[in-house]
Every structure is written in C-alpha cells, then in structure tokens.
Design a protein around this ligand. Structure first.
Ligand SMILES: [Mg+2]
Length: 424
C-alpha cells in the first residue's frame, strides 16, 4: 500500500533550541552542560544533552537544582527570546530557501512538504547540513508520508547519530509505532491517551493504527479518526502555509543553455527585480539574497552547481540594491566554460517594514532609504498602470547594456533617475 503513496512530509526540529542559540555566541559552551531558564529564572526550559544526562528534568524549578548545577558546573542562562526569535527566523528562512511548502509549527519546528523530490532522504541530509552551515543550529529531521508519521520519525531522528531518520518502510513504521506510547502520538495527548487505553486497551501508536476508524469516530472524534489514517500513511492533515512569505524565490530553467556571464547577469537581474516586486507587495525587506546557477544535470558533461548567499548590511526592498548584491553573488560563483540550464534568486531573511526601526544603524542612511522607497513606489505604480515592464532596471537587459560596465550597479541607482530606469 505504501508504494502508491506520493506525499513526503518531514518534520524539522531544532535540537535543544534555546541552548543551541546560546552556544552560537559562546562556543566554550560546546560539550558542556547548559540549561536555559524561563522568565525570572523560574524553571528549566531547555537542556543540553549533557545537562539531561546529569539528571536535570525538563521544567525543573531552578532553585531546587541550583546546588546540583553548582556541583556539576552546569551553565545556567536566563532566556533571551529576542535572540531565539531572530535565530528561529533565520532557520526557517533557510528551510524556505530550499523548500517551497513549509508550515512553521513552533519557534523551533517546521513541517516541510518534500513531495516530488527524487530522493527525499538525501535531501533531508543536505538540508540539515545547510541549516547547520547557514545558522549554526543543529536540527533533526524525521521523514515519512504524513505529518503524524513524520513527527514519530522525528523522535527517532533526535536520538540518531546523523540526525535524520526516514520512516519509509512498513516494517520500520510498525516497529516504531509499537514503541510509541499512545499519549505521545502527535495530537492525542494525555487525556485522550488515557481514555483510549482504559476503554479500549489502545496502548501504543501501533494499536491505534490497527483500530477501526469508523469505530473510533463514533466513540471519539473525527480528529482521532484522521490520526488513524495518518498512522496508516494516508496524509490527511495539510500543511497550513504561512501568510507572509518568509522567503521569495524567482527561478527559471532556460529555454537553451546559457554560458555567457553577460546573459546570466541579465537573467539574474530580471529574476531579482521580479522577486523584489513581490517583496514590496507584502511590505517587507530582505537581509539576504541567495543566488544559484546550475548546469543541466541530465546532460553527460561536467557539472557546475553553485549557490551564494549575500548578506546585506541593512535590509532593503530596493531593486537596484538587490540586483547589485545578486550580481556580486553571481560573479563569485560563475565559472566560464559551462552550459548553464537554470538560475534562481531567493530573497530571504525577510522582515516586515515596521520591524525595521530597531535595525537602523549608522550604515543605514535614513534619507536614502526614504528616497528609495518613494522611487520604488513610483516604479511599481507606473508598471501597474502601463504594463508590467514599462519601467525596469537597465540591468534587466532591455538594451543589453550589461557588456558596458558594472557602473550600472552603483548605489546611485536609487538616487539618479537617468541611471535607474529604461523607458521604451
Ligand atoms: Mg526542538
């Protein structure tokens, strides 16, 4: 039955998230026992594996364990949610750079839909590496056919060596579900778990999987009926997609192979302009732009697949500034002599405009920012009125001016009309 299933869903879960965030900025904490405390240093809300081994329970009141902490030199930290929120945003943006469909489930967990990806397990291994590389946060990933099974796989992944675990074969699924207490099944909880066990002798996830769905619906609810289907591998809980996009991508496969840098520049510039337009539509700005180019992987030639993340000093939705960064990224990864088939731009690390006040630094020139905003608004307005591409950046290549010089990318783009636009 499982062979016919097409959906692949994974749960990405940050390991000991708050502790991992603290470790990012204090590398000396690595391999040491660390705990993070709730507001007013009340309870332990995150523990490193070392702290778990020393017997600090989750939710433990700190004052009760203060002596133990002292004895074992356990490092205790007050919580810093501003930091955790920011790191969370970066982790999610990284996931979104690679996966189009994502549901952010909590500050440190997200479901991702990997349906259609040729080797989803290998993809998860890659993704885990990317999150580590881009954010420094270790995650575990559980892969299966439904959210409920992905969650169960995630529990195993957490304890596994490489942090990735796939529940993809019937026997593995059954063994895992047999070891999973009913109240630990995602969506069941203690109350229902107790009822199911006392009334019907359903003790494990596997027992529930074998239960009659119609019977359960009659005696419990349609919610638990759905969980049964989910345990059987039939996906019926959809990803609830997030409203404001946390990343925006614009990518295309070329009609023919492209090898010249000048052509790639035009493509990247036009994808960037496209993504920037979407970014402004949702009143956001981006801190980062990821560019990638790929050769044709179905052709039997040497491949060159490279991507580059350019981080901006301050967030922007200005087309000129984004194109300038994108081209810089492209030039860093471009290699002569390859036939490129695909290129893409991903805006990430996206923040709402009203989030920005806090981020204004000396590098951020307020006046220039305002002028840029007014200009972009005018450009969007004109394009809306007179057609999509009436006003566009020269870099997008109407007149193929790319060959001329990189001067076109100078910041004057945002202040000089005659350098910015191309009206035709
Ligand atoms: Mg976690």
């Amino acid at each position: 039955m499982l062979n016919t299933m097409k959906r692949f869903i994974a749960l990405v879960d940050c390991n000991n998230f708050y502790v991992s965030c603290e470790r990012l900025f204090s590398p000396s904490y690595i391999d040491k026992p660390v705990v993070v405390l709730s507001n007013n240093d009340g309870c332990v809300i995150s523990r490193s594996n070392e702290a778990k081994l020393l017997g600090i329970p989750m939710g433990a009141p700190y004052f009760k364990f203060q002596a133990l902490c002292k004895r074992h030199k356990i490092i205790a930290h007050s919580s810093n949610f501003e930091l955790y929120g920011d790191i969370s945003r970066r982790v999610m943006a990284t996931l979104e750079a690679f996966v189009p469909s994502i549901e952010i489930y909590s500050i440190d967990e997200a479901f991702i839909d990997l349906t259609g990806i040729a080797d989803p397990l290998a993809f998860c291994v890659m993704l885990r590496g990317k999150v580590m590389l881009w954010t420094g946060i270790p995650v575990s990933i559980g892969l299966s056919y439904t959210k409920t099974l992905a969650k169960a796989a995630g529990e195993v992944a957490k304890k596994s060596e490489n942090g990735v675990f796939g529940l993809l074969h019937e026997e593995d699924i059954n063994l895992t579900l047999q070891a999973l207490n009913i109240n630990k099944v995602w969506g069941i909880g203690n109350q229902w778990g107790m009822k199911l066990e006392l009334k019907f002798g359903i003790r494990t996830a596997y027992d529930l999987k074998l239960a009659s769905a119609t019977f359960i619906r009659k005696h419990f609810s349609v919610v638990i009926e759905r969980i049964i289907y989910e345990l059987k591998g039939l996906s019926c809980l959809e990803l609830e997609e997030i409203e404001t996009k946390k990343s925006i991508s614009s990518t295309r496969t070329f009609g023919r192979s492209v090898s010249e840098l000048s052509e790639l520049r035009e493509a990247i510039a036009s994808y960037t302009a496209n993504a920037a337009r979407k970014l402004r539509r949702q009143n956001s700005k981006a801190y980062g732009i990821y560019i990638y180019i790929r050769t044709d992987r179905f052709r039997d030639t040497t491949q060159h697949n490279k991507g580059k993340l350019i981080e901006l000093t301050y967030p922007t939705s200005d087309t000129g500034a984004l194109i300038s960064a994108a081209i810089k990224g492209l030039e860093a990864i471009y290699k002569r002599g390859f036939q490129y088939k695909k290129a893409g731009v991903v805006l990430l690390d996206i923040v709402r405009e009203n989030y920005l006040q806090r981020d204004i630094t000396e590098e951020y020139n307020v006046e220039r920012g305002l002028r840029s905003a007014a200009l972009m608004e005018a450009v969007d307005e004109l394009n809306k009125k007179f057609g999509k591409r009436l006003v566009q950046h020269a870099a997008e290549g109407v007149k193929k001016e790319w060959k001329v010089k990189a001067d076109l990318l100078s910041p004057r783009y945002t202040t000089r009309w005659d350098e910015l636009i191309n009206v035709y």
